[in-house]
Design a protein around this ligand. Structure first.
Ligand SMILES: C[S@@+](CC[C@H](N)C(=O)[O-])C[C@H]1O[C@@H](n2cnc3c(N)ncnc32)[C@H](O)[C@@H]1O
Length: 199
């Protein structure tokens, strides 16, 4: 397994695939274990790196993961096959915004197109279990979010603005308690608030 993980990390560098950073992943793995999370919906599989790294934590964990890019999807199929975790990882090929997924999840992991985070959140939050958590990655976006003074292309500036909008959206979302974690490329952990039955 460690050989496969190393190969995936090298492949990601060589082909410029944005997989989760090690510190962010370690934090996420601890969160999964401590909260006894067993079902995960991941939006953005890339080559299957994070899905494999989460599934390997416990044979009772099951992950549904969605990837729209053809080449990355094919590579993820190959990697998941090689990992021996095929029974735990269901890989779906397509655009997460244009499909319907069945089921309920302890965790929804948003790690796809940064400009669409609010749309992913709003489309998929209904699949979250009552005490579930939504994890969003790349909220620092390589430090650009905290350092708007840095030189940026117009496209990058637009993307950074959308990530900031998402952060504000999470801060103002009264149905969730969100903490922002400065590990890896910046994570948000949004916990669904308990609904008060006695009004
Ligand atoms: C940051 S990478 C995912 C990395 C992966 N979670 C990991 O850490 O190993 C984001 C991926 O999301 C995919 N993606 C972007 N928008 C998507 C969408 N609407 N539906 C499905 N996949 C999408 C991209 O093709 C890209 O491979």
């Amino acid at each position: 397994m460690n050989k496969l993980i190393e190969e995936m990390e090298k492949y990601a560098v060589e082909y410029d695939i944005p997989i989760m950073q090690k510190e962010g992943l370690a934090f996420f793995q601890r969160l999964i274990i401590e909260n006894h999370i067993k079902s995960i919906l991941e939006i953005g599989s890339a080559i299957g790196y994070s899905a494999i790294q989460l599934a390997r934590l416990d044979p009772d964990i099951h992950i549904v993961t969605i990837e729209r890019d053809d080449e990355r999807y094919m590579k993820a199929v190959e990697n998941i096959e090689r990992s021996g975790l095929k029974k735990q990882v269901t890989l779906i090929h397509g655009d997460a915004l244009e499909m319907d997924i069945d089921g309920k999840f302890d965790c929804i992991f948003i790690d796809a197109a940064k400009a669409q985070y609010i749309r992913f959140f709003e489309k998929y939050e209904k699949l979250l279990n009552d005490d579930g958590v939504i994890v969003s990655d790349n909220l620092s976006f390589h430090g650009y979010v905290e350092h708007p003074e840095r030189e940026m292309s117009r496209n990058l500036r637009g993307l950074v603005r959308k990530i900031k909008n998402y952060i504000v959206y999470l801060e103002n979302n009264e149905n969730y308690d969100t903490s922002f974690i400065n590990e890896g490329d910046g994570l948000a952990i949004s916990r669904k608030k308990k609904t008060n039955m006695i009004e």
